[in-house]
Design a protein around this ligand. Structure first.
Ligand code: ADP
Ligand code: MG
Length: 270
């Protein structure tokens, strides 16, 4: 059974890409088959996983989606980059931004990515979708094909305000396009435990949301080593295995896998 997790927040710089990398690779380290999809035209995830010039790639997510729009056969393996840490990457690049414009005139424009992901489901245990910092058509496509969403949220005032709009959008996608969509949880990121401010923000998020949405009990600490990994092409588990960010990401993975074991046993019971 494959689970598709979108990592989304329309705010940039909140830790979506770093979370997608370390969530995906962390799950692979637990023996899971994992694909990570870069659905952001900036290609930051693709760069973080060691492909320094995503715009020069011959075949990326944009090409795969164009095939689907044109009703041409799609080879799921085409364009996949196998990363040494055991995950498959479907890269993304700037071509996704022109694709996003094309999508507006396309039949089933919200579910083009779903058609791609559905074909990949039987090859993987987890598919992680790193989203762009917008609520544009690619993010809607990601939400329309995901089973759940992880919302990274920086421990700061303004990003917290943007959460309402994102949660509303997730609700609309759930009602109109994807009834199985759930919020996996809010992940507080870049927590500077030395400051009271970060604690206040974290407490505020718990107070406002934890009655309706899971807030992961361990946030991702602010860590210079975590900030550096995108330049190394590796995960935090290789770059700083004993650091606090690696520990926090491992806790996130335990939580995600715990949720899945529970929902899989619930579904067997039905
Ligand atoms: P997004 O994908 O939401 O735009 P990124 O994952 O690219 O966010 O992170 C934004 C910036 O913050 C990047 O420069 C990244 O290296 C840095 N960063 C991410 N997580 C942490 C962390 N835990 N501690 C310090 N810096 C971080
Ligand atoms: Mg990003």
């Amino acid at each position: 059974m494959c689970k598709v997790i979108a990592v989304a927040n329309q705010k940039g710089g909140v830790g979506k890409t770093v979370t997608s990398v370390n969530l995906g690779i962390g799950l692979a380290r637990e023996g899971k088959k994992v694909m990570i999809i870069d659905s952001d035209p900036q290609g930051s995830l693709t760069i973080s996983l060691g492909c320094k010039e995503p715009d020069s790639l011959d075949y990326t997510l944009a090409n795969a989606l164009i095939n689907i729009i044109n009703d041409e056969p799609t080879d799921i393996n085409k364009g996949l980059i196998h990363h040494v840490e055991g995950i498959d990457l479907m890269p993304g690049n700037i071509e996704l931004s022109s694709l996003e414009i094309t999508l507006t005139g396309v039949i089933s424009r919200e579910t083009i990515l779903r058609q791609y992901v559905e074909k990949a489901r039987n090859m993987y245990d987890y598919i992680i979708l790193d989203c762009a910092p917008s609520l544009g058509m690619m993010t809607i496509n990601a939400l329309a094909c995901a089973d759940s969403v992880i919302i990274p949220c920086q421990a700061a005032y303004l990003p917290v305000k943007g959460l309402q709009q994102l949660i509303k959008t997730i609700g609309r996608v759930k009602r109109q396009l994807n009834p199985k969509l759930n919020i996996e949880g809010i992940l507080i990121t870049m927590v500077d435990n030395r400051t009271n401010y970060a604690k206040d923000i974290s407490n505020q998020i718990y107070e406002v949301y934890s009655s309706s949405i899971k807030v992961f009990p361990i946030g991702i600490p602010l860590s210079v080593r975590a900030a550096e990994i995108s330049a190394t092409g590796n995960s935090i588990y290789v770059y700083d295995p004993k650091g606090k960010a690696a520990f926090a990401y491992k806790e996130l993975i335990k939580e995600v896998m715990k949720n899945d074991e529970k929902s899989w046993s619930d579904s067997k019971a039905v």
